[in-house]
Design a protein around this ligand. Structure first.
Ligand code: PGA
Length: 253
């Protein structure tokens, strides 16, 4: 049965890219979003944290909202170099990406820690975008569904709601590589995640946004976004330039 309509979200993850002059590119994105046809999707851009406060002026009056990348699980305290979700909320972020594979790999983050971070995001009144995905070895071993099911179970807090939690399925081997799973494989993964969300959260499970991420480009966005249970995309490389990002936004309908 086709899934009930969930408003799509196109989220850009700028990762560790962007100086203050990135405002120029974001202004271009905002201007293009303001043109008709108006985007049918919600649009979020997650720049590096130091840009959130200055860029809020840039997106004022446009459909683009700002988000952040990663946070500490605590709201404040003696944690040199860390930034809390509360601080991100304070400068204008609406959402925080947690559990990205680059965090899980580069910083050894476990699903248990990701859950605590998501709880901190909720505590700050923001939306947690919780990422998960299998490695290439796990895929080759036919373990994709088992791996992402476990990550979902362990990374998503018990009190999550569709209003404050978004799941992003990002196969690790597809991130920044130009490779993507087949449409059938994306459909299968998203269906498995949906089934688990419904089992755990009841009717609410139908309403969580499930984003696909990993080498989404203008050239493949339309077919990926048309897949059942794909409620948007988390876009890395192609979110840095308006010329790539806005066609992806326009592909969501
Ligand atoms: P990519 O990154 O679009 O550059 O593959 C996606 C992500 O890591 O969120």
């Amino acid at each position: 049965m086709p899934q009930r309509k969930v408003k799509p979200l196109i989220a850009g993850n700028w990762k560790m890219n962007g100086l203050r002059n990135a405002a120029k590119e974001l202004r271009r994105m905002a201007a293009q979003c303001a043109k008709s046809p108006k985007p049918k999707a919600d649009v979020l851009v997650c720049p590096p944290v130091q840009l959130i406060w200055p860029l809020r002026e840039t997106v004022k009056g446009s459909p683009i909202r700002l988000g952040a990348q990663d946070c500490h699980p605590k709201a404040s305290g003696a944690h040199t170099g860390d930034v809390s979700a509360e601080m991100m909320a304070d400068v204008g972020a609406r959402a925080v990406i947690v559990g990205h594979s680059e965090r899980r790999t580069d910083h050894g983050e476990t699903s248990g820690l990701v859950r605590q971070k998501a709880e901190a995001v909720h505590g700050a009144g923001l939306t947690a975008i919780i990422c998960l995905g299998e490695t290439e070895a796990e895929r080759d071993a036919g373990r994709t569904i088992r791996v992402i099911g476990k990550q979902l179970q362990d990374s998503v807090p018990a009190d999550s709601k569709p209003q404050n939690t978004i799941i992003a399925y990002e196969p690790v081997w597809a991130i920044g590589t130009g490779r993507t799973p087949t449409l059938k494989d994306i459909e299968k993964a998203h269906k498995a995640l949906r089934t688990r969300l419904v089992k755990r959260f009841g009717a609410d499970g139908e309403k969580f946004r499930l984003l696909y991420g990993g080498s989404v480009k203008p050239g493949n966005a339309t077919e990926i976004l048309a897949i059942d249970n794909v409620n948007g995309a988390l876009v890395g490389g192609a979110s840095l330039k308006a010329a790539d990002f806005i066609p992806i936004v326009q592909a969501a309908g």
